[in-house]
Design a protein. Structure first.
Lengths: 148, 150
């Protein structure tokens, strides 16, 4: 695929143009990446494609090598690895709470102790997720304004 | 396991050990005062809370896992660790000359004391974690407010 970049005057809006013959997996990946940079994630539900706004996302969970996104009431599948999504969303209030999950800190109502030094986070839709003990020091750091 | 993880594990184990020593001393004092007030001990008696606490701390290895344990799985492991502690403590008691296991009240009291220490430890650790959670909630509220105000 040929790549072309062009410097433009500040008066013109910045844009990404993708010229394609067919929407292949590679093209779709590039589209998904650009959209995610704009605050949307391309995901599927029941075989249909949806653009999920990052601000609506509650958490993402990896199950058997498949990654799922959860909003207040819906779930979607996204073709991405958890660490890739984590990297993409790291400046957007998302935080790794366990080996298989990242959560939107803006969607947490409260944190309370769970068994064995773990904590659980109650989300705004009433769901409860476990914060693994291993990630608690990093959480403290990020909530105090530092990078994890 | 990384150095940071080892350090964290060591601090947690030390916290638990200290708590267990304190609770065991208190329980031993209460039980002794109620059931065997006239008994006199040598200096070696100071060693027993340290040994029992070590057994209790080592037994928590059962509840540790690199994988995220479900609540059910964790409770099962907790019960196994309690049974293991009970078993080891009773085994020590039955083989120690200093513990009068021939008296009918000793074994049930010891079993109950181990259970009481186990439960009390969990209650105290829960309150410590709750205090930590309160602090996390305050920091979370500040974080969310800061993010919303850009």
């Amino acid at each position: 695929m040929k790549l072309e970049t062009r410097k433009i005057p500040e008066s013109e809006p910045e844009m990404v143009e993708i010229r394609y013959h067919w929407i292949t997996e590679e093209i779709q990946e590039i589209i998904s990446f650009v959209k995610s940079r704009q605050g949307q994630l391309s995901a599927t539900r029941d075989g249909k494609r949806f653009e999920v706004p990052v601000v609506d996302l509650f958490y993402a969970e990896s199950v058997d090598d498949r990654l799922f996104l959860y909003t207040a009431a819906d779930s979607y599948e996204i073709r991405m690895k958890l660490y890739e999504l984590e990297d993409l969303l790291k400046n957007k209030s998302f935080f790794r709470v366990s080996k298989s999950m990242i959560v939107n800190l803006m969607k947490i109502t409260s944190i309370r102790p769970a068994l064995n030094g773990r904590f659980s986070a109650v989300l705004k839709n009433g769901e409860e997720i476990i914060i693994s003990r291993k990630y608690v020091p990093a959480l403290k750091q990020i909530l105090k304004g530092g990078e994890s | 396991m990384t150095g940071k993880k080892w350090k964290e594990l060591f601090i947690q184990a030390l916290r638990l050990y200290t708590l267990l020593v304190t609770l065991i001393v208190v329980i031993m004092m209460i039980l002794g005062y109620l059931l065997d007030r006239d008994r006199v001990f040598g200096y070696d008696a100071f060693l027993s809370p340290l040994v029992y606490a070590l057994i209790g701390t080592v037994a928590t290895v059962i509840t540790r896992s690199d994988q995220e344990l479900s609540v059910r799985n964790l409770i099962i492991r907790k019960v196994i660790s309690l049974l293991l502690i009970e078993g080891v403590i009773l085994l020590i008691a039955l083989n120690a000359d200093t513990i009068p296991t021939e008296k009918s009240w000793v074994i049930p009291s010891l079993t109950l004391a181990v259970f009481a220490v186990f439960v009390l430890t969990h209650i105290i650790l829960y309150f410590i974690d709750r205090k930590e959670a309160e602090k996390l909630n305050a920091d979370l509220a500040r974080f969310q407010e800061k993010q919303m105000n850009g």
